[in-house]
Design a protein around this ligand. Structure first.
Ligand code: ZN
Length: 181
């Protein structure tokens, strides 16, 4: 039971952002939700839940690295069954980038004190790995950085992967994406 009713599903829009921690709104929302499937290691942010009170199904992308939000998408029973019975996940939140962008579009963003924070660096690597054609502007947008900070992040990535440090898998970052010296 929650303060305003047996579950919080009706208080959420079809596509909703639920902040982690803070006012504990996430605790209230998740109180009636049962996790029914998770995508697994490859897409660790992606899970599907069913409400034990009203039976609503929710696709949830959880970004605990950058903006600290859960992104909720209301899904129908058919979509839910495809996930739980055939491991067929919908297009939504398939890229971590989509989850990050939603927070930015909704204005629910984090500002890193250190624009070279490890979380930003790791996430940038993964954004590029997931979608090699991603632009600096798109990276900066998803991470809520300005273009200059985005370029500095990429420069840092390049330094980490310099020959002196040995070859790393992120050496595939395309030349054109690298900031000009
Ligand atoms: Zn519910």
């Amino acid at each position: 039971m929650t303060e305003n009713g047996p579950c919080a599903c009706n208080e959420l829009a079809d596509l909703a952002i639920v902040p982690m921690g803070g006012d504990d709104s996430d605790v209230r929302v998740f109180e009636s939700l049962d996790e029914k499937a998770s995508f697994g290691q490859e897409k660790w942010w992606l899970r599907v839940f069913s409400c034990t009170v009203c039976d609503q199904k929710w696709l949830v992308g959880s970004d605990e690295r950058i903006h600290d939000n859960h992104c909720f998408k209301r899904v129908d029973a058919e979509t839910f069954r495809a996930i739980t019975e055939q491991s067929k996940w919908p297009e939504d939140f398939q890229l971590y980038e989509q989850v990050l962008r939603l927070s930015v579009e909704e204005g629910a963003v984090a500002m890193f004190l250190d624009p070279q924070d490890q979380a930003l660096i790791w996430t940038t690597q993964e954004l590029i790995a997931a979608r090699p054609e991603i632009t600096i502007d798109e990276i900066a947008f998803a991470l809520n950085l300005n273009i200059k900070q985005g370029k500095a992040l990429l420069k840092n990535l390049e330094d980490i992967s310099s020959p002196a440090r040995g070859k790393h898998w992120w050496n595939f970052i395309p030349e054109w994406l690298m900031p000009r010296r």
